[in-house]
Design a protein around this ligand. Structure first.
Ligand code: GLY
Length: 376
């Protein structure tokens, strides 16, 4: 088992990564709480697959499952109210612990509920998807969506622990594994060229479920994220913003596809990271071959790397930029973009004129549709 510390003074915690963590959850939980009754929030799919294993692992505790509908619509005020009411109905105390067993939706919803019940109770992230293990379960961002946009209501609320049981990934659909991998390779692109090279060499093995490759990728991603979160917990500086590489372009793509299953978040991030590198090259900040290297890698593992693959139209540039204007990262000073000097050297650019983004995206989409190989 690998332990990755997240150093946040009195909010510090450990991310445990390994096999068999659900089956041995009781031992770990007993070190963290005296509570005996443990609410476990999960969704119907994950409940079928993994709740019996976790419940058996929590021998000696009374497990109270709270099951929400699978999917993004559960990150809503309605589900939040239901969940908060269920927790209050159990007469939880602040020092009690609620477990979030699932992917990003369950983690975000449960974490937010935990942040407001009794002005803040403990929770533990038990991520079951690759994306949740390497990104959303770490760092304390919690929240829900509103009809006005994604993650617009939420709180920073750090978990008491994160337990990433790699066995959960054995039954994860291939497309979701690949989407989660986008957030893994992101850490290489942001600040770790050696890890990027490791990703290129090991992505196929990892996606095939190789346990050693998965353990290394999850641990390395969590170490990178833990360091960033420790340096800039609330994204008040520029450090945590680096985690948004590919996300501004990607968010616009998700909005353009109506946040539908046509384009998963990780797929949008993959295309968005490739666009961010090509945009960096177009602005003379990095060599074009760096962007080509990334698209070639993404294509080699069957990952979307081009907007056309997500059904984005050739004339979509103005609409994509209009979606960017709704981005919650927008400030009075404009929209910060995460650009790169090279693979492994990303930075925050705050002076990017949106007209330049429109011009770039228009030329980029037209080049795709004009026959540039989408297979890279
Ligand atoms: N997923 C970006 C962050 O946690 O800051």
């Amino acid at each position: 088992m690998i332990d990755v510390p997240v150093a946040l003074n009195d909010r510090s915690y450990r991310i445990s990564i390994g096999s068999g963590l659900l089956a041995t959850a009781g031992e770990r939980l007993a070190e963290l709480t005296r509570a005996k009754r443990i609410p476990v929030v999960t969704d119907a799919h994950v409940a079928d697959r993994l709740l019996p294993k976790l419940t058996a692992g929590l021998d000696g505790f009374e497990v109270v499952p709270i099951v929400v509908a699978p999917g993004e619509p559960s990150k809503s005020f309605g589900e939040l109210e239901r969940l908060v009411d269920a927790l209050l109905g159990l007469e939880v105390k602040r020092s009690d612990v609620v477990l979030a067993l699932g992917g990003g939706v369950i983690g975000d919803l449960t974490g937010f509920a935990a942040s407001i019940v009794k002005r803040g109770m403990n929770f533990i992230q038990v991520p079951t998807s690759l994306l949740a293990m390497v990104d959303s379960s770490v760092g304390g961002k919690t929240g829900i969506n509103t009809p006005r946009g994604k993650n617009l209501v939420g709180a920073f609320h750090q978990p008491l622990a994160v337990w990433a049981d790699l066995d959960c990934l054995a039954t994860l659909p291939e497309r979701e594994m690949r989407a989660g991998y986008a957030e893994v390779v992101k850490y290489g692109l942001i600040g770790d060229p050696a890890f990027y090279i490791w990703c290129e060499a090991n992505a196929a093995r990892l996606l095939a479920g190789d346990r050693e490759a998965l353990a290394h990728a999850v641990a390395q991603s969590c170490r990178a994220k833990a360091a960033i979160v420790a340096a800039d917990e609330r994204e008040t500086g520029d450090i945590r913003a680096l985690l948004n590489l590919g996300h501004t372009f990607g968010h616009a793509l998700e909005a353009e596809t109506g946040f539908s299953s046509r384009l998963l978040h990780g797929e949008a991030v993959a295309i968005g990271m490739a666009q961010a590198l090509r945009f960096s090259a177009a602005r003379g900040l990095c060599a074009g071959v760096e962007a080509e290297r990334l698209t070639a890698h993404l294509a080699s593992i069957g990952m979307m790397a081009w907007a056309q693959q997500a059904g984005i139209a050739a004339d979509a540039a103005p609409r994509l930029v209009a979606h960017m204007l709704q981005d919650k990262k927008m400030t009075d000073a404009g929209l910060p973009f995460i650009l790169a000097r090279s693979i492994g050297d990303a930075f925050v650019a705050k002076d990017v004129p949106l007209e330049a983004v429109t011009t770039f995206l228009d030329a980029d989409l037209k080049a795709e549709y004009g026959g540039r190989s989408v297979a890279a």
